[in-house]
Design a protein around this ligand. Sequence first.
Ligand SMILES: Cc1cc2nc3c(=O)[nH]c(=O)nc-3n(C[C@H](O)[C@H](O)[C@H](O)COP(=O)(O)OP(=O)(O)OC[C@H]3O[C@@H](n4cnc5c(N)ncnc54)[C@H](O)[C@@H]3O)c2cc1C
Length: 255
Amino acid sequence: MNIVVLVKQIPDPAGPQELNADHTLKREGKLILDESDSYGVEIALQLRESAGGGDVTLVSMAPNGETSGLRTALAMGADDAILVGDDALPGAAALTTAKVLAGAIGRKQYDLVIGAVESSDGYVGVVPAMIAELLGLPSLTFAKKIDIDGSVIRIERQTEAGYDEVEGALPALVSVTAGVVEPRYPSFKGIMAAKKKPLEQVTVADLGVSVPGFNGNEEVTSVEDAPARAAGEKIEDDGTAFERIVAFLDEQKVL
Ligand SMILES: Cc1cc2nc3c(=O)[nH]c(=O)nc-3n(C[C@H](O)[C@H](O)[C@H](O)COP(=O)(O)OP(=O)(O)OC[C@H]3O[C@@H](n4cnc5c(N)ncnc54)[C@H](O)[C@@H]3O)c2cc1C
């Protein structure tokens, strides 16, 4: 069972998020494994174990030859990685990102591609489905549980009401929801081994993919701070506070 996992490397969300003058997110310095993708890596390792073998390959598009997030996922147990970096990619929109990642995935023999439902920085939530379309794969999205039975894949797709059972034929692409599994922590042995694991760095020309360049198919014209959250209503409980709370919940149409 050969699996390709999409791994986004992002500025540490715990740190200050800054924008460049062109309104793109500052991505200088160390980037970390997006927590959203740590679930995909863990699921891939578990599926490989239950299949009795195969390769887990990571694919990432990131600037400045950044590999820290990839090394973390290699230390968890993935086998190898492909990093796409190119001066033509800063400010890339989701479709461009999908085309580049599809080009990198095309270099591997795979049975399954796994991505997260959405990233933690751009969270446009469309890249995996776009990749499936570009590669002509069935896409099974919002998976909270994945089962493989021969060449058939079955997922439980998260819904507001519970979940749907969705089935497809391999090769396929799956996007996973956060929290579906407990990602393993890289062991010291894993961290040391990750330093020697193959990590191929390629450009868009190497992939034979054409990209529109900065602001090619979308442009951020202005950015403003989100409005500060209004302070909530304070209720002093004189024994009737519950009535006000019930009325408030009723007003919010959540009862
Ligand atoms: C604040 C902000 C707003 C943006 N708004 C838009 C917009 O409106 N329209 C638009 O087209 N672009 C937008 N972008 C750009 C967009 O974020 C990038 O194109 C990005 O590379 C892909 O989008 P995403 O991470 O939001 O994708 P999502 O679709 O949220 O990503 C889902 C999953 O795809 C995989 N994935 C995504 N990017 C990569 C990567 N670089 N390497 C490996 N795997 C990856 C990961 O598994 C990720 O969890 C925005 C970026 C930011 C920071």
